[in-house]
Design a protein around this ligand. Structure first.
Ligand code: BG6
Length: 282
């Protein structure tokens, strides 16, 4: 189904030159920007609690990646493995995407999107990339990479979800165990704390792959289900770094924590093979 014939999906604005879609059905309201294929917000109707944090200072005109919601990082996570001058987290979050289809069912509304191109400096794989966004009682985001070339390709990715918290210091992350790589301490390997509170800057790559993670908070506990990942990344910039970011309010760090389903070790796809990275937020 196309946008013109949809009951659930409407063009909310294109004032800034970027199309923002509003998705509303019996179960939830969500918003998406076609720049970056970027989910901006998701609020189930049964509790009216917004699950995603979007910065008040987020730039929505397509001139830079959007701060908040769910940035799509691809085809690398963090810095490029050999060319640090290239943009962090790849290039599709800085690109226009097109809406391929809409499917409306009783339980959910499903959108399929693709970036205008998957080729750019720093990646020479022949790949097809598709994002599926399912809006129902939960939000399910699935990123499918298909190798359409004749040679193997390797890629990294993340569904870089900014989870809303009224006061992040009151939150506890459950479900992570084992070791993590501390990006703030030269990649040193450290044990996951228990209980896992957010009380300072953190940039951690958890190398275990739990399917289920919970963000317990007094206002609205959230459940995250992941698949296709090799890591869970936990990130909060805290006070100093928030102040240094032009698209983040000074106290922005108090209102979110990123818990990202990520491929940080590189995933190799044989020709014709596909791989799916998925996160569900409830
Ligand atoms: C996290 C990275 O995933 O994203 C951090 O681990 C990074 O190192 C953060 O600072 C935010 O990245 P960006 O490019 O959106 O500011």
């Amino acid at each position: 189904m196309s946008l013109e014939h949809s009951q659930d999906v409407h063009l909310e604005s294109s004032d800034t030159g970027v199309d923002i879609l509003k998705i509303e059905n019996a179960h939830a309201i969500a918003r998406m920007s076609l720049f970056g294929g970027h989910v901006l917000g998701f609020m189930p109707k049964h509790d009216e609690q917004e699950r995603l944090w979007l910065s008040d200072k987020a730039v929505l005109d397509g001139s830079k990646a959007i701060r908040g919601g769910i940035p799509i990082c691809w085809p690398w996570f963090g810095d490029h493995p050999s060319q640090p001058e290239l943009p962090a987290h790849g290039y599709v979050r800085n690109q226009n995407w097109q809406l391929l289809s809409i499917d409306e069912a009783d339980e959910q509304t499903t959108l399929r999107l693709a970036p205008h191109t998957t080729l750019n400096e720093g990646f020479d794989g022949q790949a097809e990339l598709e994002l599926e966004v399912r809006v129902g009682r939960s939000l399910t985001v699935t990123l499918t990479t298909t190798n359409i070339g004749d040679n193997p390709l390797s890629y990294g990715a993340a569904l870089h979800s900014y989870l809303a918290a009224e006061d992040v210091t009151q939150c506890v992350i459950e479900g992570l165990s084992g070791d993590y790589k501390d990006k703030l301490d030269s990649g040193r390997i450290k044990p996951t704390p228990h209980p896992y509170r957010i009380s300072g800057e953190m940039d951690r790559v958890h190398l275990t792959m739990p399917e289920r993670v919970r963000l317990q908070s007094p206002a609205h506990p959230m459940q995250l289900l992941q698949s296709g990942h090799d890591s869970i990344v936990v990130w909060n910039p805290w006070s100093n770094k928030s102040q240094q970011m032009s698209d983040m309010p000074d106290n922005g760090y108090q209102c979110f924590v990123c818990i990202e389903a990520a491929v940080t070790q590189g995933y190799t796809l044989a020709p014709k093979q596909s791989h799916q990275l998925q996160q569900q937020i409830t």
